[in-house]
Structures are given as structure tokens and as C-alpha cells.
Design a binder for this molecule. Structure first.
Ligand code: ADP
Ligand code: ASP
Ligand code: MG
Length: 410
């Protein structure tokens, strides 16, 4: 008998029919003698609908009240799934985040999990019940409802698996595993049998939203066995999905590049003609970080005529605020010539642990883009990834040609 955490995403929970199918799958696993904890998302589109409603009332909705509201999406699906299970004779019980007591900090809309109380769930599991927990939500020490950021049900799933020391955490979604790139953009993308935590973490943080970044971090930290699978495969025809492995465990030879990730949520800001002297980077980025805006890629050009240009990227949602800060602080007080920006950019990245031992990957990437006439605006690298910023209109082309160039379609 194993303890298994299964997380079902929005599409899998998207209609009463689909919820009944999820119930059947859960019932099959239960019938094999396993203890099952299910984590669910809101029905697909529901979280967006709720956020839209809030914005009709307040342009920037109050974060505390927004959490009170968006967390209701998952409160609906836990109850529906519990009903679906009971109606086919499986004893089940729903839990909101607060009822479990998934304790988080108080950063509304992007809270972090601090602790999970397991005793209530454990008692119900031992009594033979299937536990159904609302994903994406928690509660802070004052009892306020919090949420974990978009896609946060993945993190609830992995965190519960860690807290309960589950044998496996299964993430059921609308694709049958992690692919070499988003199959919606490149139909030739191939499913990976396995991918290392390190690579998955890079893929997720570079834009592959199949798993929320924090869920991968959590799984790596607590050594949770994590698998991505489809909730749409018929009984008897289920495949094994993709296993996220610790590198040591993997027996297969690693490909050089495992995947291509992309992100259209970024925007670029450039400060032109800043005096080229010590402290400039700090003077530019200090006010940005004080405003709690995350900065991603940074480049500073070689100075000439005593001045230099400085560019960086931020989340597109923070673009206007970041630009205003630069205009108010840097232009006025540091003496920059101008602040310009570009919201129509995207970041495309190649990820692979094999890069460590194979030189020439960067030049292959740059050559491939050059052959298509795609101009590279910024570059950043780490041991296992190379990212470039290009014009947003080239996103699909860049992903497709890189996918092909690195042989990922074979
Ligand atoms: P859920 O609602 O189940 O959480 P998501 O929409 O969050 O599902 O994640 C699944 C989607 O992630 C897929 O439909 C796919 O389009 C997208 N995706 C992006 N990159 C990848 C990738 N490398 N492999 C698989 N799916 C990916
Ligand atoms: N319902 C939330 C969202 O849409 C959380 C999740 O689905 O993981 O972001
Ligand atoms: Mg998701």
C-alpha cells in the first residue's frame, strides 16, 4: 500500500463530466489499496473570471480581498469531487486550505507555505477516506485566506506529498507529460520519459508553465517523487507520463539539450547615456528593488564618451511602474539622457544538463537564429541554459527552428 498525492488541474476539473472521470480514476487507485490525497484546481477559466470581476470594481484589487475571492474557485471543485466520489461509493472528505491548516506567510496573492498540519488528514486517511484538498490556498497566522500565485495548486500537491511523506506526487493535466517544448507551439515536440529536477526547474522558471516553479523547488528540496501525467487517458491505456528525477538516479544517457522554453511575460527597459562610473548599476536597480520589482536579465554596455547604456527586463505587468521609477529616480538624479522601453519582446531559452560537457551550444543557437534573420537583443547563460531576448513577433519561429536545430523533434 502506498500513499499517493494526485493533483488535477483546471482542464481536468473543467466540467461535471470531467469531474466524474477524475472520481473514477481516483476510485481505481483507491481500489488497488492505496491511500489517496487529491489536490484540485478551480474549473478552467474560473480563476481568470474571478480576477476579471475584481478588476471591474478596483483597477488594482486589494490583495487580501482578492485572495478571499479567488480561493472560492477551488472550494467549489473540492466539494464537487467529494460528491462525485461518494456517489460511486468511495468515502471522501473535502478540506479547504484552512481546514487542513496549510499555514503560509501573509504575502497575499503570492504566499509561501510555512507549515502543514497533517494530523487531521492522517486520521481520515487511516479511516479509509480519500482526502480532497483545495489547491492554491492557505491561511496565515491571523486566519486570513492566502493564495500561492497562479498555477499554485501544483505547489499544494507537492507540499502535501512532502508533509505526508507520500510515495509519489502525480500531477494530472491536459498533456501526457513534459515535452521538449510546449506542444501547442510545436506539434512535433516529443514527450520526455524523464527530466532532471535541475532542468525542470530551469524550464519552469524560463516560462514552461506545465509545473509551477515553486512546486519543482519543493520537490527537489524534499525529494518528492514527482510525475506529470494526463488525466484524459482511458482506463487500461494509461502511460507513465514524465518522471522528474534526481540526476544521480537517472540511468539513461542525457541529451545535450532537453527542451526549449519561452516566456512572453517580460518587458525590456533601457537607460540611455548614464554617467559611466562606479555605483551606476546600484543607482539604477536600487529603486527598482525597493519597489519589490523582480529584475531578470541585465546588460550594461561598454562605456564611450564617459557614458553608457544599461538594459534589463522585468515582468510585463510591472513595466509601467518600473519605467516611471526610472524616469523619476534615474533620469532626474543620476543624469541619464533618456529612458526607453519595449514591451513587445520575449525570451527563448535552451535548457540541458548536457551543455556542461558540450561546448558550442551557444554558437549553434546564435547561428540558427541568425539564419532566420532574428536579431538577438540580450543574452544570458548559466551552466545548463542559454536565454536570448528577441522581438515578440519571432517567438514561434525562434522556438520552432531551435527545437529542430537541436534535434528535439527526432
Ligand atoms: P493545469 O490546468 O493542469 O495545471 P497547465 O495549463 O497549467 O495545466 O499546464 C499544462 C499546459 O502546459 C499544457 O497544456 C501545455 O500547453 C503547457 N506547456 C508549456 N510547456 C510545456 C512543456 N514543455 N511540456 C508540456 N506542456 C507544456
Ligand atoms: N486556479 C489557480 C490558477 O488558475 C491555481 C491553479 O490552477 O493551480 O492559477
Ligand atoms: Mg497548472
Amino acid at each position: 500500500m502506498a500513499l499517493i498525492v494526485q493533483k488535477y488541474g483546471g482542464t481536468s476539473m473543467g466540467s461535471p463530466e470531467r469531474i466524474k472521470n477524475v472520481a473514477k480514476r481516483v476510485a481505481r487507485w483507491k481500489a488497488q489499496g492505496h491511500q489517496i490525497v487529491v489536490v484540485v484546481s478551480a474549473m478552467s477559466g474560473e480563476t481568470n473570471r474571478l480576477i476579471g470581476l475584481a478588476r471591474e470594481i478596483q483597477a488594482t484589487p486589494d490583495p487580501r480581498e482578492l485572495d478571499v475571492m479567488v480561493s472560492t474557485g477551488e472550494q467549489v471543485t473540492i466539494a464537487l469531487l467529494a460528491m462525485a466520489l461518494k456517489s460511486i461509493g468511495v468515502d471522501a472528505k473535502s478540506y479547504t486550505g484552512a481546514q487542513v491548516r496549510i499555514l503560509t506567510d501573509s504575502s497575499h496573492t503570492k504566499a509561501r507555505i510555512l507549515d502543514i498540519e497533517e494530523k487531521n488528514m492522517r486520521a481520515d486517511l487511516d479511516a479509509g477516506k480519500v482526502i480532497i484538498v483545495a489547491g492554491f490556498q492557505g491561511v496565515d497566522e491571523n486566519g486570513a485566506i492566502t493564495t500561492l500565485g497562479r498555477g499554485g495548486s501544483d505547489t499544494t500537491g507537492v507540499a502535501l506529498a512532502a508533509a505526508l511523506k507520500a510515495d509519489e506526487c502525480q500531477i494530472y493535466t491536459d498533456v501526457d507529460g513534459v515535452y521538449t517544448t510546449d506542444p501547442r507551439i510545436v506539434p512535433e515536440a516529443k514527450k520526455l520519459e524523464q527530466i532532471t529536477f535541475e532542468e525542470m526547474l530551469e524550464m519552469a522558471s524560463l516560462g514552461s508553465k506545465v509545473l509551477q516553479i515553486r512546486s519543482v523547488e519543493f520537490a527537489g528540496k524534499y525529494k518528492v517523487k514527482l510525475r506529470v501525467l494526463s488525466s484524459f487517458e482511458e482506463e487500461g491505456k494509461e502511460t507513465n507520463g514524465t518522471l522528474i528525477t534526481l540526476e544521480e538516479d537517472s540511468t539513461m544517457e542525457q541529451p545535450i539539450i532537453s527542451g526549449i522554453a519561452f516566456n512572453r511575460d517580460e518587458a525590456k527597459l533601457t537607460v540611455l547615456g548614464v554617467p559611466d562610473k562606479p555605483g551606476i548599476a546600484y543607482q539604477i536597480l536600487g529603486p527598482i528593488s525597493e519597489a519589490n520589482i523582480d529584475v531578470d536579465m541585465i546588460i550594461q554596455n561598454v562605456g564611450h564618451d564617459g557614458t553608457t547604456d544599461f538594459s534589463f527586463t522585468v515582468n510585463r505587468g510591472e513595466y509601467a511602474r518600473a519605467k516611471k521609477i526610472l524616469e523619476d529616480s534615474v533620469q532626474k538624479h543620476v543624469g541619464a539622457r533618456n529612458v526607453i522601453g519595449d514591451e513587445k519582446i520575449c525570451k527563448v531559452s535552451a535548457v540541458g544538463v548536457g551543455m556542461r560537457s558540450h561546448p558550442g551550444i551557444a554558437s549553434q543557437m546564435f547561428r540558427t537564429l541568425a539564419e532566420e534573420g532574428i536579431n538577438i537583443q540580450m543574452i544570458s547563460t548559466s551552466e545548463i541554459k542559454i536565454s536570448v531576448v528577441v522581438d515578440e513577433k519571432y517567438l514561434e519561429l525562434a522556438v520552432r527552428v531551435l527545437h529542430k536545430s537541436f534535434g528535439l523533434d527526432q
